[in-house]
Write a protein of this length. Structure first.
Ligand SMILES: Nc1nc2c(ncn2[C@@H]2O[C@H](COP(=O)(O)OP(=O)(O)OP(=O)(O)O)[C@@H](O)[C@H]2O)c(=O)[nH]1
Ligand SMILES: [Mg+2]
Length: 386
């Protein structure tokens, strides 16, 4: 009996093996047929082969599998240069910026004897360095008096008197801090000015410094004239990890500014920096629009600071712009950019006198750390090459 059982079992196993073999062979034939059909379709005119799915090449045994591709690294947040080294670097740049005021002062100090002609030349240099007639007369009179009274012939002493008088003219008593303290956050800082003076760049540089000092910041791209303007601001924001609120090209700048400040308030940020479009001061409608932007923002939060951004190389024309902007929005501070170029340092004094508001920041280059808080002593030392 037992052998009958094993006989039956053997038969069953054999039948299973034969069945599996049949299945494998028929699958293989089916795959061959499908491939043949696919090749025929590929070869037919006008038909493109479907893209082959990429498969990883087989590795020879024992070879390590390459590591899976890592996701792109989060952009590293940039760390601003510390203020001390930045100021030293900026002072050097100011001294080498070849401006007329520095040259005039150097000439005066290098004369053995200060004659009437030397004074006259010095006066001319001061006026042509954008200092303005009033401040020039004031400076020359003060110097003449002090140098004569004290009978100074030592150039070092003369230089230090000149430094003192210049610092006085630049007025170290002015409050140059950025106004961002407010009982009703966020503080709102608006940047205004004519085309290409450096508003957007200054927003970026300022935001970077604020973030480094522990403030939370949001940017408002109220320059809706060109999409590229909002892109430029957004790029600055991404570099320092802050959000930019922007509208579509041609949107009402006041509504974008409003939205930015509202978002800033909702999110509890400390400071909202609002970039505005460059506008010609002689275009009344554009100037009116600026007034509207400020009024609309103030429906939510007071504007704590309106910074007028002036290109220092434009000289006297900058003063004309300053006057018109001040009529439309109350300017609370001035940013003088491009003092690294062919700018004439005297504009600092002239513009402060014109508006009665302080220069708060100076731009000395296109780099992210090329903005310095203005300091009367540092500035004069830079001019005198001290
Ligand atoms: N040398 C130098 N270049 C600067 C300085 N500040 C800005 N720039 C450059 O000036 C050019 C214009 O700067 P933006 O910040 O785009 O000026 P803007 O006022 O926003 O211009 P609009 O939005 O077109 O009115 C850019 O090439 C800046 O890199 C500075 O202090 N020194
Ligand atoms: Mg801009």
């Amino acid at each position: 009996m037992e052998y009958i059982f094993w006989y039956i079992m053997g038969g069953v196993v054999l039948a299973l093996i034969i069945a599996s073999a049949i299945v494998i062979v028929s699958n293989h034939q089916h795959r061959l047929k499908t491939r043949q059909a696919a090749q025929e379709i590929e070869q037919a005119p006008g038909v493109q082969a479907p893209a082959q799915e990429e498969t990883a090449p087989e590795l020879p045994p024992g070879e390590a599998k390459p590591e899976a591709e890592l996701p792109p690294e989060e952009p590293k947040q940039e760390v601003p240069e510390p203020p001390a080294t930045r100021l030293a670097r900026l002072r050097k740049r100011l001294a080498s910026s070849n401006n007329a005021l520095a040259r005039g002062l150097a000439e005066l100090l290098s004369s053995d004897k200060i004659s009437a002609q030397t004074w006259e030349d010095f006066e001319t240099t001061l006026i042509s360095s954008d200092l303005g007639i009033g401040p020039t007369t004031q400076l020359v009179d003060a110097l003449k008096t002090r140098l004569a009274i004290d009978g100074i012939s030592d150039p070092d002493q003369a230089r230090s008197i000149l430094r003192e008088e210049l610092v006085k003219l630049v007025d170290p008593s002015m409050d140059r801090t950025l106004k961002i303290d407010t009982d009703t956050p966020p503080a709102v800082v608006m940047l205004v000015g004519v085309n290409g003076t450096g508003k957007t760049t200054t927003v970026g540089k300022l935001a970077r410094d604020l973030v480094a000092s522990g403030k939370s910041v949001l940017l408002g791209a109220a320059d809706t004239f060109r999409a590229a303007a909002a892109d430029q601001l957004t790029t600055w924001g991404e570099r320092i990890g802050v959000e930019t609120v922007r509208g579509t090209e041609g949107a009402d700048p006041a509504s974008v500014a409003f939205e930015a400040v509202r978002t800033g308030k909702d999110k509890g940020v400390d400071v909202v920096l609002v970039d505005t479009a460059g506008r010609l001061h002689n275009k009344t409608n554009l100037m009116d629009e600026l007034g509207k932007v400020k009024r609309v923002i103030e429906k939510i939060s007071p504007v704590t600071e309106v910074l007028l951004v002036l290109d220092a190389t434009t000289g006297q024309n900058g003063l004309v712009q300053a006057r018109v902007f001040a009529d439309v929005v109350d300017i609370t501070g001035i940013v003088l950019t491009k003092l690294d170029g062919s700018a004439k340092g005297g504009i600092v004094v002239a513009v402060q006198k014109e508006l009665g508001v302080p220069v708060k920041f100076i731009g000395l280059g296109e780099g992210a750390d090329d903005l310095a808080p203005f300091d009367a002593g540092e500035f004069v030392d830079g001019l005198l090459g001290l």
